[in-house]
Design a protein around this ligand. Sequence first.
Ligand code: NAX
Length: 328
Amino acid sequence: NAAPVTVTVTGAAGQIAYGLLFRIASGALLGSDTPVRLRLLETPAAVGSLEGVAMELEDGAFPLLAGIDISDDPWIGFDGANIAILVGARPRTAGMERSDLLAANGPIFTDQGAAINANAAEDIRVLVVGNPANTNAFIAMSNAPDVPAGRFTALTRLDHNRAIAQVAEKTGAAAADIARIIVWGNHSATQYPDLTHATVRGRSALEVIDDSAWVTDHFIPTVQQRGTAIIKARGASSAASAASAAIDHIHDWVLGTAPGDWTSMAVPSDGSYGVPEGLISSFPVTCSRGEYAVVPDLEIGEFARTRIDHSVAELVGERDAVIDLGYA
Ligand code: NAX
C-alpha cells in the first residue's frame, strides 16, 4: 500500500469541515488507492466539539483513514502536512466592514503561513477556503517564504460549480456536458463568471443559450449572489457544496483536469490577463501531474475586461490593506 498522505484541515469542528472530513476519509479527495492521515486544527474553545467529530470519523471505519490527530496549535497541526485545507477563519459579524474582516483574519493566516513554512512537508499544497479567501491565501503565502508561492491557492471552485449548475438548468444539459466555464477574480460578489469560452456538449454555450439578456441579467448576478441566496433559504451559509468544491479543487490539482476541459482556481498571478503578478486571483487552469497552469491566450473582450478589472481592483485594495496592516 502507498504511504498515507497527511491532510491538515483547519476549522475542523465547523460546518464545512463536517461535510469535508468524511469525504476525505472515504477517498474522494485523492482516490481509492491513497490512505490519508487527518490532522485537525481548531481553536482551543472548539477542541471539545472536534473530539466528537473525530469519534464520528473513527466510527466511519474508513479503510483509507490511517489516523487522526487533533490540535489547537498550528505549529503541531501542519507538521508533515502534504495538503492543507484552511477552512477556519474569523467570520464576519453584524456591523463588521470588509476592512475589519481583513484585520481580524490577518493574525490567523500570518501564524498559519509561518507554521506551514516551518513544519509542512516539502510537497505541501495549500487551499484557503476561509473568507476573505483570496487575501487570506495571500497573507499565508507572504508568511511562508520558503514554500514556492504557487503552492498557495484559494477556492473559487464553488463559484465555478455554481456557474455550471446555472447553465445546466438553462440548457437542460447534464453538468458533465458543460465545459470551459471560467470564474475570474475574487471569491466575492465582484467575481466574473464568464461563459465566453464555455461549451455545452461541445458547442458554444452562448450559441446554445442564445439569450444575452439571460447571461448579463440572470446568470452573472445569480452566480455572484448564490452564497447570499443559500443563507436566505437555509438560514446558514453554504457548507456541503463548499466542502464538495474543496474536494474538487484538490482532487483536480493532484490528479488532473479532464482532457479538453479546465477548471477555475485562485492562484498567484504570473501577470497573465493583466492581473498584477503575485495577486491571488481566479483563473482558468488545467492541471496535470500535480501542477496547474493558467490557460494561455484566451481572447478577452471589452465586457470581460471591465468585469475582470473591477474584481482585480478589489483584490488589489485588499492586498494593499493587509500590507498596510503588516500582515504581508
Ligand atoms: P464555521 O463557523 O461553521 O466553522 C469555522 C470553524 O473555524 C469554527 O469551528 C472555528 O472555531 C474555526 N476556527 C476559527 N479560527 C480558527 C483558527 N485560527 N484555527 C483553526 N480553526 C479556527 O464556518 P464554516 O461554515 O465552516 O465556514 C468556514 C469559512 O469558509 C468561512 O470563512 C466562510 O466564509 C468560508 N466560505 C468560503 C467559501 C468559498 O467558496 N471560498 C464558501 C463557503 C464559506 O462561506
